[in-house]
Design a protein. Structure first.
Lengths: 390, 266
């Protein structure tokens, strides 16, 4: 077993860090304070290939892999959790389901614009009455000739308002329950589609989180993603991949807090000593770093397993599922990030509680990673179920 | 049309600078970076590539690990790389280095329309000699300190930044241009570029490859062929703090004049 990154991945890490430090970090505080979607950063991310990392060049992707993608979200999130989730939701929740479930026509139509970053992608599954219980979908889709008519409301949609393409889930046959859910590729300009109110959030405040409203929304028949009735499976598979993105975001936020804390404790003096000279600080940081390192191993391992799984699936072969790995990575990284950022604020003391330093933002940003794309409780359900504990 | 960019791997002087007992730099114990001005040359070449689709070839002389730097430049968008490396070339000063690089450039081939780009100077030696010497040895025109480059057919118009102003020069290709940081903002490696960079062509030119070039003569390359000898190297004493004289009154001017006169400056 080799834990060394390949030469390419080492170069990627250098590039990601330089980009994040120079282009993303200087905006992070304002993006949070002003609850502003960083449009200018997304343009730069697009220019350097961040918006299509794990997809083949054939569709306009960077020709990279899932590990390269996870590392990108990690490095961006170290300095700005908002930027991390923009890339994560776009990649995992919109580009990936089209790439993995779309027809060749759908891929050729949507992927080049999405992967180049000309278009941003989003995903609409959650509804007021269908959160963790995603099977309780109320949105309906009725086939009328050459198009479906969608009616319903989605909530908490990341990248909403800025995205051009949404993967929307709706009931094509209510009687069938889960098996009556279908997935659609919906463009923002389709008639009857609109973006509703924007949420005021605790963290990742620059990320746009809005309601989507479909009122007799006309979706061409050819925009059905996968087969009718297969939407729930597509949603669950997509979320397995999405969890690697969010786990990477959590990983980055926690690591970012550790880096900020190491800098701070070497400068701050109390009782005539640097904080870093006090054993409590040393032990706290040792624990914090160890937790994040463990999280990194889980996240990278899940990323590599997804890569193997996707390659095998596209070649028509069977490969072991990475579902439990993704769940473990997200569960552990999210809880580690929440714990580590909370401890970082404590080590900063009063200053840590102010918005003058980034750790309070990191603590607020970390919390969401325990909630979205499957709460920590859902991850435990997935893991237990994979263990056969039913 | 192609652009050949000469680059150098240098010690990262933003970290700790280590010096050997003989006064030379202890390069092995220091982190390395691509010389900053050379990255401006790379960027200038890539900008012209974006405009014209021309080929960009990057060349360096250095030990085998310099391949890493070349791969990074390929990841930024260069098309090919040449590593000039051999024991015979070790210890070369600027005279010998430019001799070897000129031979390497001859080997790559210089045609009408081609441009050779270098950084103004390297942060380790700070001589600014290699670029101009390469141009002399290739017998092509050179324009130094480029702060702006415009391509017009087979000529380029370069704005040279001098201490007291600009000089605009129109020059026929093939020619050599040395670039300064004011020229542009170097781009990052791109993610697709990183995945491609290990598949792009990289040649190694050793002594055997270049030995038939008339410029390559054992007496003009390597340590033996280098006219420069380092007798000693030392850290210059720090300059004392300056003196600030506030005010613009007559009395202030008289104080200043008095101080300058006391130092025999006026």
């Amino acid at each position: 077993m080799d834990f060394t990154l390949s030469k390419q991945h080492q170069l990627l890490r250098d590039m990601y860090r330089q980009f994040a430090e120079t282009e993303v970090k200087p905006l992070a505080e304002a993006v949070d304070e002003e609850e502003r979607f960083p449009v200018e950063t997304v343009e730069k991310l697009a220019r350097y290939g961040f918006m299509g990392i794990p997809f083949p060049k054939k569709y306009g992707g960077a020709g990279g892999d899932v590990l390269a993608y996870a590392m990108a979200v990690e490095e961006l999130s170290k300095v700005c959790g908002t930027t991390g989730v923009i890339v994560s939701a776009h990649t995992s929740l919109c580009c990936a389901p089209i790439y993995e479930n779309g027809t060749e026509e759908q891929k050729m139509k949507y992927l080049p614009k999405l992967l180049s970053g000309e278009w941003i992608g989003a995903f609409g599954l959650t509804e007021p009455g269908a959160g963790t219980d995603a099977s309780g979908q109320q949105t309906t889709a009725v086939l009328e000739g050459d198009h479906y008519v969608l009616n319903g409301t989605k909530i908490f949609i990341t990248n909403a308002g800025y995205a051009h393409v949404y993967i929307i889930f709706a009931m094509t046959d209510k009687k069938l329950g889960n098996k009556g859910i279908s997935a659609f590729i919906v463009e923002k300009d389709f008639p009857g589609f609109s973006v509703g109110k924007k949420e005021k959030k605790m963290g990742i405040r620059g990320s746009a989180t809005c309601e989507l409203i479909m009122e007799n929304c006309i979706v061409p028949k050819e925009n059905l993603l996968g087969k009718e009735g297969k939407g729930f499976g597509i949603a669950m598979k997509t979320l397995d991949g999405g969890r690697i993105g969010i786990a990477s975001q959590a990983l980055g936020i926690g690591e970012g807090a550790v880096e900020e804390t190491i800098k701070y404790v070497q400068e701050r003096k109390q009782f005539g000593k640097r904080l870093s000279q006090m054993q409590n600080t040393q032990f706290q940081l040792a624990d914090m770093h160890t937790r994040m390192q463990a999280a990194q191993f889980l996240v990278y391992s899940a990323a590599m397993k997804k890569q193997a799984f996707t390659e095998a699936a596209l070649a028509g072969k069977k490969a072991p599922s990475y579902s439990m790995d993704a769940a473990m990575a997200k569960l552990f990284a999210a809880e580690a990030a929440s714990d580590v950022t909370r401890r970082a604020v404590q080590l900063f003391g009063g200053y840590g509680y102010t918005r003058e330093y980034p750790v309070e933002r990191m603590m607020r940003d970390a919390k969401i990673t325990e909630i979205y794309e499957g709460t920590s409780e859902v991850q435990r359900m997935v893991i237990a179920s994979n263990l056969g504990v039913k | 049309m192609k652009i050949i960019v000469c680059v150098k791997q240098v010690p990262d002087t933003s970290g700790k600078v280590a010096v050997n007992p003989d006064g030379t730099l202890d390069r092995a114990s220091m982190q390395t970076i691509t010389n900053p001005d050379d990255l401006n040359a790379v960027e200038a070449a890539l900008t012209l590539k974006d405009e014209t689709g021309c080929k960009v070839v990057v060349v360096t002389m250095g030990p085998p690990p310099a391949e890493g730097m070349l791969r990074e430049i390929l990841a930024r968008g260069a098309d090919e790389a040449v590593l000039v490396s051999g024991r015979e070339f070790g210890g070369s000063d600027t005279y010998a280095t430019s001799q070897i690089l000129a031979a390497a450039i001859n080997r790559i081939g210089v045609e009408q329309g081609d441009i050779i780009m270098c950084g103004r100077q390297a942060i380790d030696g700070d001589t600014a000699q290699v670029g101009p010497q390469i141009a002399e040895k290739l017998n092509i025109p050179q324009v130094t300190y480029a702060a702006d480059i415009k391509l017009e057919g087979e000529t380029i118009t370069v704005q040279r930044m001098l201490e007291d102003g600009y000089m605009t020069i129109k020059v026929q290709t093939p020619c050599l241009v040395t670039c300064i940081k004011e020229l542009n903002e170097p781009r990052y490696m791109s993610i697709p570029g990183i995945f491609e960079c290990y598949d792009k062509p990289m040649s190694v030119f050793d002594y055997e490859t270049l030995k038939d070039d008339p410029l390559i003569d054992p007496t003009t390359i390597g340590l033996k062929g280098s006219p420069t000898n380092i007798l000693t190297s030392f850290t210059p004493p720090q300059k004392g703090a300056g003196m600030m004289l506030p005010g613009a009154e007559k009395a202030d001017c008289e104080t200043l004049a008095g101080l300058l006169a006391a130092k025999h400056i006026i």
